[in-house]
Design a protein around this ligand. Structure first.
Ligand SMILES: [Ca+2]
Length: 331
């Protein structure tokens, strides 16, 4: 049994011992617990009501509220990757805008063929840690067949060599990693659309050729009977299905590990509340593999149920916690 497998087996036992003797779990692991993530309006966005001027913050890598986009022809000013842009639209319908007057709308027509509609940004300065915050809304009535779909934000390293995605090719610690914050319709229990939030993740210990799904509760897909490897400090949280026809502030952090250590981490927030925290992760075995791209989008492998729309607004990428947009009028 190697060391990683041993820790995987003994972690639940350690937690049980800690609980039994009411000991602080901090003393039970091989490593101290990671610091608690910030929450609420304690991030950098609180200093920029309405996100005005947020792009000038030294921690901010990227900002787009789509206010400068009259049409999708203006998107390349900030986004250098646009997939199937004919299915994108800049909307000015107030209900479909979160901040300001404009937002990004994605429409997947009712059809048999798979379709990916995305905007992405390649990072000139690659990163070990990145936070991605975006507001998003699923259309009222949104529903997709119980098959492959991706519908949120993504951050990745080496996932797009030469610009082409590499689904079905395993991460090996040297070639790539990816973590996407999205919902999954093919989830245990047959949940309603859009399915519960989860992290879709390519990492060196992924369980199949495609990405694993990490749920806030600690469930991992595929092979759910296998225990997770989030270590002794993992805190399970309730799984959560977002409502349709409602804007949410989604944010997540991807922290790549130090090669040789399991100090990688993904944390997720909804409307400033921490809803998932996955410590003890290994993304890479070499420190030259760094986050080189992020984006938002919608992919549906077989959209035969109905036409589906999704909206995005107020996207920020930064090297520290961002937090929700603070209302300019309430300050
Ligand atoms: Ca906007």
């Amino acid at each position: 049994m190697d060391a990683s497998l041993a820790s995987l087996v003994t972690a639940p036992t350690l937690i049980a011992v800690c609980l039994l003797f009411a000991l602080p779990t901090a003393g039970c692991g091989d490593t101290p617990p990671p610091p608690p993530p910030p929450e609420g309006n304690t991030g950098l966005a609180a200093r920029y009501p309405g996100d005005a001027g947020i792009e000038n913050d030294p921690a901010v890598v990227f900002h787009d509220g789509f206010e400068d986009c009259r049409t999708t022809a203006d998107l390349p000013r900030k986004w250098d990757v646009i997939y199937n842009g004919e299915h994108l639209r800049i909307t000015e319908e107030p209900a479909n805008v979160n901040g300001g007057r404009r937002a990004l709308e994605i429409t997947i027509p009712k059809q048999e063929n798979s379709l990916s509609v995305d905007v992405g940004r390649t990072l000139a300065n690659t990163r070990d840690v990145l936070f991605l915050r975006f507001y998003t809304k699923f259309q009222k009535g949104y529903d997709v067949p119980r098959t492959s779909s991706h519908n949120g934000g993504s951050m990745s390293a080496g996932y797009y060599p030469g610009g082409a995605a590499t689904p079905g090719k395993r991460a090996d610690g040297r070639n790539k990693f990816l973590a996407s914050f999205e919902t999954e319709i093919v989830s245990p229990g047959g949940p309603p659309a859009p399915g519960p939030l989860n992290i879709y993740i390519y990492h060196p210990q992924q369980r199949s050729d495609y990405g694993d799904h990490f749920y806030p509760s600690g469930t991992v897909l595929p092979n759910t009977s296998l225990p997770h490897a989030f270590g002794p400090h993992f805190v399970p949280r309730p799984d959560f299905v977002p409502k349709l026809d409602r804007w949410y502030c989604f944010e997540y952090m991807l922290k790549a590990n130090t090669p040789g250590q399991r100090d990688g981490r993904v944390a997720c927030w909804v409307d400033g509340k921490l809803i998932a925290d996955f410590p003890n992760l290994r993304f890479r075995d070499i420190d030259t593999l760094k986050i080189d791209r992020f984006g938002v989008g919608l992919f549906i492998a077989k959209n035969t149920a109905r036409e589906n729309k999704k909206w995005y607004d107020d996207v920020v990428a930064a090297t520290s916690y961002i937090g929700p947009r603070v209302d300019a009028e309430s300050k």
